[in-house]
Design a protein around this ligand. Structure first.
Ligand code: GRF
Length: 208
């Protein structure tokens, strides 16, 4: 990021334990993400571990319970909250809810998601088990921009690992998770740095 560029303000959305959020928070704290700050952490689940962890770190948090609400109405609250905290990059970090088209349109190419497979293989739930059961030899994770299709948008970063003969689905998922924690920081750095640009479906260096 250039010296006078405005800070990238992350709005992090999560539904669960929040280990990806915590990895991002640690990268910000340790100075690995220059010019990046966490604006707000939002959850749709009251007892999400990640939400509690964010509170303990003293970060701004918000809870919008999604259960029983129309997607569009719930998303309108989340969008308003993100705007009120001046978030300009939304990071889905284990956010177990599809976004409405209105949400995606509100942050064009400004929403990242992390998925525990090498997309386009194994979209959807339980991707690590899908990959393990399929018998792939290489597995990994993907950080991508969110578009209107599930686990489909432009790829920002992928990290791959071998599947070991000794693996089970659980050990594979754990080793993929360790890669996820590195991949999300790499992806945010690429978006923040301004050296990458979109060429159709490809997110590539401006001057390779
Ligand atoms: C991760 O495996 C991520 O790839 C998927 O949901 C999981 C969230 O884990 N989208 P955590 O809450 O970040 O620990």
């Amino acid at each position: 990021m250039s010296v006078d560029a405005p800070p990238l303000r992350l709005g992090i959305l999560l539904s669960g334990r929040g280990s990806n959020f915590l990895a991002i928070a640690e990268s910000v704290r340790a100075g690995r993400l220059k010019g990046v700050e966490i604006a707000v952490v939002i959850s749709n689940i009251a007892d999400a571990g990640g939400l509690q962890a964010a509170r303990e770190l003293g970060l701004p948090t918000a809870l919008f319970v999604s259960k029983g609400r129309k997607r569009q109405e719930h998303d309108a609250d989340v969008i308003a909250c993100l705007r009120s905290y001046r978030a300009n990059l939304v990071c889905l970090a284990g956010y177990m809810r599809l976004l409405s088209p209105e949400f995606i349109a509100a942050f064009p190419n400004r929403i990242l998601n992390i998925h525990p497979s090498l997309l386009p293989a194994f979209p959807g739930l339980d991707a690590q088990t899908q990959a393990f059961d399929y018998g792939v030899k290489i597995a990994g994770c993907t950080v991508h921009f969110v578009d209107e299709h599930l686990d489909h948008g432009v790829i920002v970063v992928q990290r791959a690992i071998p599947v070991l003969d000794s693996d089970d689905a659980h050990s594979l998922a754990e080793r993929i998770l360790a890669e996820e924690h590195l991949a999300y920081t790499e992806a945010i750095a690429r978006v923040a740095g301004g050296e990458y640009e979109l060429h159709g479906r490809r997110f590539v260096r401006r001057n390779p």
